[in-house]
Design a protein around this ligand. Structure first.
Ligand code: HSE
Length: 302
């Protein structure tokens, strides 16, 4: 049986719309083996599709089809720690779990770069999928269907606090509110800040992050879709966050804070409540430096 562990991702990071992403220390785990038919179950009570619409199943099957291998079915067990439709890469994690799992079942015929290209082609957003495979802070671009990317470590002085609303937000909806054209001024605003973002988070120049996370391409249009987001941004900055941004397409708001700050998570939970924002989950995370892991195991206990 193959076990695949896939990290959550936080795409865009404010200014890097569709081009920057980060892997985080929150994981989905997928156990997968060949089986005569479909046997899919959740190991943690999270509701998942148990038919061929299951994303782990469909992406794994895709690998068999691409490689022209006989396919009878799969047995899949899932632990879904990454909350769904919150801008933390839960669908990327399922997709990549299926692709990497099936590739391992077939003896790893596809190399990592091929899996990066394939996952971006299926999911549509390399800033979500590439960090889940590579780990770290990833800058990426697609050219003629190929993903060009670099993963660098996040400076150890930074940690991340995910403010996760109970309300979900579909990426398709969050993209539908974006304008089709932008001014040169706004393009330059984002270009300069996204370059600043990678360099600052890598080098530890965290005082740049308030400027580096600011953006004109998507956040101004998405803020209104997330009830309480404006308050979360304000309160996070008041409590000393270096930078705050909408994670992926939302609904999560991500704060970047100092690794020595052990009070922030507790304090923001209280402040959100004081401001009438209830049912948000606050999770402190680090950058995951390694990305998805594939192992051979004997049972789902390992
Ligand atoms: N870059 C994408 C977006 C990430 O913001 O729409 C969501 O998958």
């Amino acid at each position: 049986m193959i076990k695949v562990t896939v990290p959550a991702t936080s795409a865009n990071m404010g200014s890097g719309f569709d081009s920057l992403g980060l892997a985080l220390t929150m994981y989905n785990t997928i156990y997968i083996e060949e089986y005569d038919g479909i046997d899919i179950a959740s190991l943690d009570g999270v509701e998942i599709p148990t038919d061929e619409t299951n994303m782990v199943y469909s992406s794994a099957k895709r690998i068999y089809e691409i490689l022209n291998k006989p396919f009878k079915g799969l047995k899949i067990r899932q632990i879904n720690n990454i909350p769904m439709a919150r801008g933390l890469g839960s669908s990327s994690a399922c997709l990549i779990g299926g692709l990497l799992g099936a590739n391992a079942l077939l003896g790893n015929p596809l190399k990592r770069d091929e899996l990066i290209n394939l996952s971006a082609a299926i999911e549509g957003h390399p800033d979500n999928t590439t960090p889940a495979i590579l780990g770290g802070l990833v800058t990426c671009a697609i050219d003629s269907g190929k993903v060009y990317s670099v993963s660098v470590p996040v400076n150890h002085h930074a940690k991340f606090v995910a403010l996760i609303p109970s309300e979900t937000l579909k990426t398709s909806h969050a993209r539908s509110v974006l304008p089709n054209t932008v001014s040169r001024q706004d393009a330059v605003f984002n270009l300069s800040r996204s370059a600043l973002m990678t360099a600052s988070l890598f080098s530890g120049s965290l005082e740049n992050l308030k400027v580096a996370t600011s953006d004109m391409l998507h956040q101004p249009f998405r803020m209104g879709l997330i009830k309480g987001a404006d308050t979360a941004f304000r309160v996070a900055y008041e409590l000393g966050a270096y930078g705050v941004y909408i994670s992926g397409a939302g609904s999560t708001v991500m704060a970047i804070i100092d690794e020595k700050d052990n009070a922030f998570a507790k304090n923001i939970e209280l402040e959100l409540k004081k401001n009438g924002i209830f049912n948000w989950t606050v999770v402190e995370l680090l950058a995951d430096p390694v990305g998805a892991k594939v192992e051979i195991v004997n049972s789902t206990k390992e």
